[in-house]
Write a protein that binds this ligand. Structure first.
Ligand SMILES: [Cu+2]
Length: 348
């Protein structure tokens, strides 16, 4: 479990979340909207230092005290409250990295609202900026919830206040609600910027203007919004009611609509394009396979196997549903975000 926690925490908080927005967004956003810099350069620098401090704390949590956390990257209570491993430092690292992420989102949203060059209206912005804009709102609205939740874990571990541990009168399912209210939208912090990259690369290498510009722009916003409503799909086996399960399943399918809007508009952009098979384009193609697999998975196999595995879990205690979450994280998320990130390079 130490290894999986390490892998999860480093991959999610240190790499995929800041990856495209912090590394590429900072360079591309001002360039693409004709600004000299982001709106708050000093805050930007603070965000960088917070990231660095968060990384150092995460590293320190591996080598100090009672050894690396063994909770998994989700820090589920009550285990995360009770385990003797170094959860407090690991959680503090995620807390600090969260601050860095919030400041980046704040900066990008202000930059887009205030620093667009004259004539650069919202609907003239490149689609990568739209994706950063949608991502920024998630970073601002969702990340604080994670921050507060992790702070409560620290308080409970250090002072013993009963928030999540039932022995102290706390509620462990509350932890899952709070965690996933952030962590599902965080899926879109990771993938929306990658989708923005695709919306730039595909028209460039198909040598056509993007098909359905406004639809793609709005679909980013729609994904960001609907992403807040689906957290319960991570809790199908936590004892939530059948009604909640149905509602969260339905809402989760809703996300497929704006995602499919993107995919079909990309396809329409490729149609009759004069495609230049350069490496960035091939990586987009690969991304396509990831995301199409994902959608097929949700709509077909996913739904059936999900119900089946939930039932198995309820009746025989078989932890198969976990495989679903693993798949979601590692295959889809890391796959698409990484391929998106690899795409960012100067156009030929
Ligand atoms: Cu989710």
């Amino acid at each position: 479990m130490h290894f999986f926690t390490l892998h999860g925490v480093l991959m999610i908080f240190l790499f995929i979340i800041p990856g495209i927005p912090a590394a590429f967004g900072n360079f591309m956003l001002p360039l693409q909207i004709g600004a000299k810099d982001v709106a708050f350069p000093r805050l930007n620098l603070l965000s960088y230092w917070l990231y660095l401090v968060g990384v150092l704390i995460a590293m320190a949590s591996l080598f100090s005290g009672p050894g690396p956390a063994d909770t998994g990257w989700t820090f589920y209570a009550p285990y995360s409250i009770r385990t003797g491993t170094n959860v407090t430092l690991a959680v503090l690292a995620a807390f600090t990295l969260g601050f860095s992420s919030i400041l980046t989102g704040l900066n990008f949203i202000t930059t887009i609202h205030r620093l667009r060059a004259p004539g650069m209206t919202f609907f003239k912005m490149p689609l990568f900026c739209w994706s950063l804009y949608a991502t920024g709102w998630i970073q601002i609205l969702a990340t604080p919830i994670l921050g507060i939740t992790l702070a409560l874990v620290m308080v409970e571990r250090l002072i013993g206040v009963g928030v999540f541990d039932p022995v102290k009168g706390g509620d462990p399912v509350l932890y899952q609600h709070l965690f996933w209210i952030y962590s599902h939208p965080a899926v879109y912090i990771m993938v929306l910027p990658a989708m923005g990259v695709l919306s730039e690369i595909i028209p460039t290498f198909a040598r056509r203007t993007i098909f359905g510009y406004k639809a793609i722009a709005f679909s980013s916003m729609a994904i960001a919004f609907v992403g807040y409503l689906v957290w319960g799909h991570h809790m199908f086996t936590s004892g939530i009611s059948d009604t909640s399960r149905m509602a969260f399943s339905f809402l989760t399918f809703l996300v497929a609509i704006p995602s499919a809007i993107k995919i079909f508009n990309w396809l329409a952009t490729l149609y009759k394009g004069s495609i230049d098979m350069q490496p960035p384009f091939l990586l987009c193609d690969h991304f396509y396979h990831f995301i199409l697999d994902w959608r097929t998975y949700w709509l077909g196999v996913g739904f059936v196997s999900h119900r089946y595995s939930c039932a198995r879990y309820l009746f025989c205690g078989c932890p198969l549903p976990l495989c679903h979450v693993w798949w979601h994280r590692f295959y889809f998320l890391c796959g698409t975000a990484l391929l998106g990130a690899k795409n960012v390079r100067p156009h030929v």
